[in-house]
Design a protein around this ligand. Structure first.
Ligand SMILES: *Cc1c(COP(=O)(O)O)cnc(C)c1O
Length: 374
C-alpha cells in the first residue's frame, strides 16, 4: 500500500468562506471598531449562548487566559485537584495563579478524573476541583458536584474539548461553577485563537468582563488587577461565520468516527471509546488505546509506522502533565499515585479526524493499522 501523497494531520481547521469573511472585514474597516466589545464581539457572545444553551458567555483571546481568569474570578487559592491526563495548559493555569496542583488519577473507562481519587486527595487546603472533559467526553458531573458540595469546593471545568456536548439534551457547560472553552484552530469550533468562560449569573459575567479588560468598570474606575484577554472584532466576525457550518461539521465528524469504529472494531488489541448513553458527542478526537500484548505492537511503533505512511497521529496525552519537569516534583505527580493515567498515556493514540477528511482516507488509515499487526 502506497503512503499518502500529502501528510494527513490529526486535525485541520474548517475555514469560513473567504468572500463572506471579506464582507465582514469591510464592515469592520468602515467602522474602525477593532476591539473592546465591538458589535461582532457582542453578537458572538449572544449567538454562542443561544447555540450552546447556556446563560452567559464571555469571550477571550485564548482558552489559557480564560482558565487563568476563571480561577481569579472565584479567587481560588491553596490546592486544586486536577487531572494529569490533559493538555498542559490545564495545570499551567493553576501555576499562574500560585495554586498548588494536586493530581488525581483517571478512570480507565472515561479517561476523565476519577471522583473517588478526587475525594481521597482533599486536604484542608483544597479549595476547588479542576476536571477536564477529556476528548469531549463528560466527566461524572453529578458525583463531582456532590463531592464539591460536601467539602464546599468550587468546580471549574476545563471544557476546551467539549464544545456543543450535551447530556440529556442539556449542555454540559451548565455544570460546575464555571466552564472554560478553547476556540483554538485545532478545536471543533475555532476563532483562529480564542476561548470563553461560561457562567450562570449576571454578576459573575460582569466580574469576568472586568478582569479580561484590565479591571476597568468605567472610564475612570479600576476595580481589580485585571489583565488584557479580550477577543478582537476580526476573530469574533470569523467565529460568527464558523458557527454557520458547525452542525454540519460535527455531523461529518460523527460519520468519520463511525467509519473508524466499524473498521477497527474487530482488531484485537485496538480499543476505541464507544458513544455513551444520553450523550450528544462532538467527535472532537478519535482516541484509540493500543494493547501491546494483543496487537503485537506498541503504541510508539504504530505512531512511527503511521508517520512513514504520512499519517500524523498524535500521542494525546503523553507525556502526562505530571511528568513535565515543572510538575514532576509534586507529591501527587508519581506513577504510583497515577497508575491508570500512566498506563493510558503509554497506550493512547489520537487518529486524524476533521470534517473534510475523506472516508476513503479513513479506510486507508485503518488498512495501514491492520497491516501492521505484529
Ligand atoms: C486547547 C486546550 C487548552 C488551551 O486552549 P488555548 O485556546 O490553546 O489557550 C486548555 N485545555 C485543554 C484541555 C486544551 O485542549
Amino acid at each position: 500500500m502506497q503512503k499518502f501523497e500529502k501528510p494527513i494531520y490529526v486535525t485541520q481547521p474548517v475555514l469560513p468562506s473567504l468572500n463572506e469573511f471579506t464582507k465582514l472585514l469591510e464592515d469592520i474597516w468602515q467602522s474602525k471598531h477593532l476591539t473592546n466589545g465591538g458589535k461582532y464581539h457582542e453578537l458572538l457572545e449572544k449567538t454562542l449562548a443561544d447555540y450552546l444553551g447556556v446563560k452567559y458567555v464571555s469571550l477571550f483571546s485564548n482558552g489559557t487566559l480564560a482558565l487563568i481568569i476563571a480561577l481569579q474570578t472565584l479567587r481560588i487559592t491553596g490546592e486544586v485537584i486536577t487531572t494529569p491526563f490533559s493538555f498542559v495548559a490545564t495545570t499551567h493555569a493553576l501555576w499562574w495563579n500560585g495554586i498548588k496542583p494536586v493530581f488525581a488519577d483517571i478512570d480507565i473507562n472515561t479517561l476523565n478524573i476519577n471522583p473517588l481519587k478526587v475525594e481521597a486527595a482533599i486536604t484542608p487546603k483544597t479549595t476547588a476541583i479542576m476536571p477536564v472533559h477529556v476528548f469531549g467526553n463528560p466527566c461524572e458531573i453529578d458525583v463531582l458536584q456532590k463531592i464539591a458540595d460536601t467539602y464546599r469546593l468550587k468546580i471549574i471545568y476545563d471544557a476546551a474539548h467539549a464544545f456543543g456536548v450535551k447530556r440529556l439534551n442539556k449542555s454540559i457547560l451548565n455544570f460546575g461553577d464555571l466552564s472554560v472553552l478553547s476556540f483554538h484552530a485545532t478545536k471543533v469550533f475555532n476563532t483562529i485563537e480564542g476561548g470563553a468562560i461560561i457562567c450562570h449569573d449576571e454578576q459573575t459575567k460582569i466580574n469576568i468582563d472586568y478582569l479580561k479588560n484590565f479591571g476597568y468598570s468605567g472610564e475612570f474606575t479600576v476595580v481589580g488587577p485585571g489583565i488584557n484577554a479580550k477577543m478582537n472584532e476580526l476573530q469574533a466576525a470569523y467565529g460568527l461565520l464558523q458557527l454557520k457550518s458547525i452542525e454540519c461539521d460535527i455531523e461529518k465528524r460523527k460519520q468519520i468516527s463511525a467509519t473508524y469504529r466499524n473498521l477497527l472494531n474487530d482488531v484485537n488489541g485496538i480499543l476505541a471509546l464507544n458513544d455513551w448513553e444520553n450523550i450528544q458527542h462532538n467527535y472532537a478526537y478519535f482516541p484509540i488505546l493500543i494493547e501491546q500484548n494483543q496487537f503485537g505492537r506498541t503504541r510508539d511503533e504504530v505512531y512511527d509506522f503511521l508517520r512513514t505512511k504520512n499519517v500524523y497521529a498524535r500521542k494525546y496525552f503523553y507525556p502526562l502533565i505530571s511528568e513535565f519537569s515543572t510538575y514532576q516534583g509534586l507529591d501527587s505527580a508519581t506513577a504510583a499515585n497515577l497508575p491508570i493515567a500512566t498506563k493510558v498515556a503509554k497506550q493512547v493514540l489520537c487518529l486524524p479526524i476533521y470534517p473534510n477528511l475523506e472516508v476513503a482516507d479513513v479506510e486507508k488509515i485503518c488498512d495501514f493499522i491492520k497491516s501492521f499487526r505484529g
